[in-house]
Design a protein around this ligand. Structure first.
Ligand code: 5GP
Ligand code: ZN
Length: 114
């Protein structure tokens, strides 16, 4: 989508500190990290949120989860663990309307979330 912030990052029109990239997804460090590790993993294809994921996107979503775990392990969080979060819609606290998986590490994350 032309005016979507994360589509612009995926196209390289807005710079980001990239942690992982392949032909269908991109991971980059959050501009306002809430944990020592705070990476966002997005599909390059515009999908508005988890609530908008279609059956056609199931394989892509599965690969995203697998890459997220790999990335966290590669960055050194395999032992102590990490928090993986999809915020979706207003009550989910989503502020950017392009599907993204938060990967948070480097501290203990409480439950329930705020
Ligand atoms: P949400 O609140 O939608 O789940 O998460 C959106 C995330 O995107 C927030 O953590 C916010 O800090 C991050 N963010 C917003 N704008 C930018 C940007 O221009 N660059 C990067 N790297 N992160 C951004
Ligand atoms: Zn988008």
């Amino acid at each position: 989508m032309s005016d979507c912030l994360f589509c612009k990052i995926a196209r390289g029109e807005i710079p980001a500190n990239v942690a992982y990239e392949d032909d269908e997804m991109l991971a980059f460090h959050d501009i306002n990290p809430v944990s020592p590790l705070h990476v966002l993993l997005i599909p390059k294809k515009h999908i508005a949120s988890l609530l908008d994921l279609s059956r056609d996107d199931e394989a892509l979503a599965g690969r995203m989860l697998a890459r997220a775990g790999e990335l966290a392990r590669r960055l050194g969080y395999g032992q102590n663990g990490a928090r993986f979060v999809f915020n979706a819609g207003r009550d989910g606290g989503q502020t950017v309307g392009h599907l993204h998986l938060h990967i948070l590490g480097g501290r203990a994350h409480g439950w329930p979330p705020g």
